[in-house]
Design a protein. Structure first.
Length: 248
């Protein structure tokens, strides 16, 4: 899910059914924030349609990721809930031979990333402007080489824990699209969500946690990029934890 930390109610009409799945899906969180400036509104209207992974309202599978990009890509990385796009934009700029898929339902975040792509002439990102759980069942099996879930909404109130992105169902969906040996990176400053994630990941036979010592979860990975949520957490004195899991 996106980076909304408001704990707001789901919007009307947000309930959706996933293709080929018996479970009901309900989005929780905000869809938009402050009114978009004219330039960013134009990016949403004119640039976003051509950069979508697929139509969020459709139910057809995404059969060929290569067809989404202008040139050949040596792999595909997925970021779930990219916020304002700092991390995915920097990663894509540093790795033009990787095709990036970014999921974010918060329209202001999508507009912010589109602005970064235009300013940096970044051509290797494709967007899904809905909750990632609607995209995962539509992607081909074993196609993603690395996935990121960075500082997503921790839903800290106990009655809202079930809204967290990490659940047995989403781990099954992630395991299906990640190739063997692929990495899943998770980061958070919320200790209850970190404990929740470790508990669920250790119960999931599709993933392993190869950490050898405290440095493996206390230090940001060398090739990672600081997000504004991480920066805010560190500025307020909260400890951040970085977990890296492998697809078995």
């Amino acid at each position: 899910m996106g980076k909304d930390r408001s704990g707001g109610r789901p919007e009307n009409g947000a309930e959706r059914r996933l293709t080929g799945s018996p479970r009901e899906f309900q989005f929780h969180g905000r869809r938009s924030g402050h009114r978009l400036r004219e330039g960013r509104r134009a990016l949403i209207e004119n640039r976003l349609p051509a950069l979508r992974v697929c139509d969020p309202a459709a139910e057809e599978p995404v059969s060929d990721l290569a067809s989404l990009f202008a040139g050949p890509m040596r792999g595909y990385w997925l970021e779930i809930g990219f916020g304002a796009g700092e991390h995915i934009a920097a990663q894509a700029l540093a790795r033009p031979d990787i095709g990036f898929l970014g999921c974010e339902p918060f329209v202001n975040g999508v507009a912010a990333l589109l602005a970064k792509m235009e300013a940096g002439d970044i051509a290797n990102i494709r967007l899904f402007d809905e909750d990632a759980r609607l995209l995962l069942p539509r992607l081909p099996e074993g196609v993603i080489d690395r996935a990121f879930i960075l500082f997503s909404d921790p839903w800290p109130k106990k009655r809202h824990n079930k809204r967290r992105f990490i659940t047995p169902k989403t781990l099954d969906a992630l395991a299906r699209i990640l190739r063997p040996g692929a990495e899943l990176r998770f980061a958070s400053d919320d200790m209850s969500y970190i404990s929740w994630t470790l508990e669920h990941m250790r119960r999931c036979p599709d993933f392993s946690w190869p950490a050898a010592g405290p440095a493996d979860w206390r230090n940001r990975p060398a090739d990672a990029v600081e997000t504004r949520y991480e920066r805010k957490a560190l500025a307020e004195g909260r400890r951040c934890v970085y977990l890296g899991f492998r697809r078995n």
